[in-house]
Write a protein that binds this ligand. Sequence first.
Ligand SMILES: Nc1ncnc2c1ncn2[C@@H]1O[C@H](COP(=O)(O)OP(=O)(O)OP(=O)(O)O)[C@@H](O)[C@H]1O
Ligand SMILES: [Mg+2]
Length: 298
Amino acid sequence: MESNCLLTTDFKDLKLFRRGKVRDVYDLGEELLIISTDRISCFDVVLPSGIPYKGRVLTALSCFWFDFLKEVIEQHVITADASQYPKVVQKYANVISGRSMLVKKSKPLPVECVVRGYLSGSGWKEYKTKQSICEIKLPAGLKESDQLPQVIFTPSTKEEVGHDQNVSQDYVKKVLGTDIFDKIMQASISLYQKAAGFARQRGIIIADTKFEFGILDKKVILIDEVLTPDSSRFWPADQYQPGKQQPSFDKQFVRDYLEGLDWDKTPPGPVLPQDIINKTTEKYLDAYFKLTGKKLIE
Ligand SMILES: Nc1ncnc2c1ncn2[C@@H]1O[C@H](COP(=O)(O)OP(=O)(O)OP(=O)(O)O)[C@@H](O)[C@H]1O
Ligand SMILES: [Mg+2]
């Protein structure tokens, strides 16, 4: 597999807005430049190895979904065509082309809009102890990874450090006001339903996902990345078997490899063997192909 792997950017003449686990974001004033690197995190630890093409796949998938979902709500994308970027970033075009997006900077709402169609992760944990998620009561007797009787909106806080905390819908209503709350809840559910229905026909279950919204010119717009394997749980539909954890469409080779090591899941993470890296690249490329029907590379 080619060695064209980008682990980090360090554009000294641009203002760094935020370096996340995977993305480097630069502040261009009224716009942001969001760059997806090839970093991969597993069990919340960013690994020292990158996954070639991961950043390109995540960017291309986000672009695909933004376009697919554009009727649902206004969104932040200006362009992902590097030749249209402002002059100040043109000199980095060879590094960022195909793995970045120019977006409208907004004021992000302080909530992660999680939508769940299946019972997994922190939702499953909460269900087991309380039979509810974010104070939404659920029927008894559900198994891990079961499809939920209906799609639910289970917001969480955005924590700077540590895990995001699930919160009740009432809490978010108080923080944001009823109008904005209603808008983001309805949009989140519609976005999820439209995308998950589409993905299901293409062999991928989107078990849950997370959207972010921001305010721009007094309007609520969809921001950040959408429906990528980093912001969602993608499961291969042909292996779906409720009653246990499902394999991850994209990260399962990495997880299995890490579980087989004597590593305590705290940083620094281990270097990945080349065959795990190659197989994982294939999974990302395959996810893109399955969902869009297009090959990212020939
Ligand atoms: N259009 C936008 N306007 C303003 N902020 C935005 C916009 N789009 C995305 N953001 C913000 O950019 C940041 C991107 O950071 P990123 O998601 O890479 O890292 P993180 O959320 O801090 O950590 P993690 O890697 O765990 O997700 C987020 O805080 C997101 O809210
Ligand atoms: Mg984030």
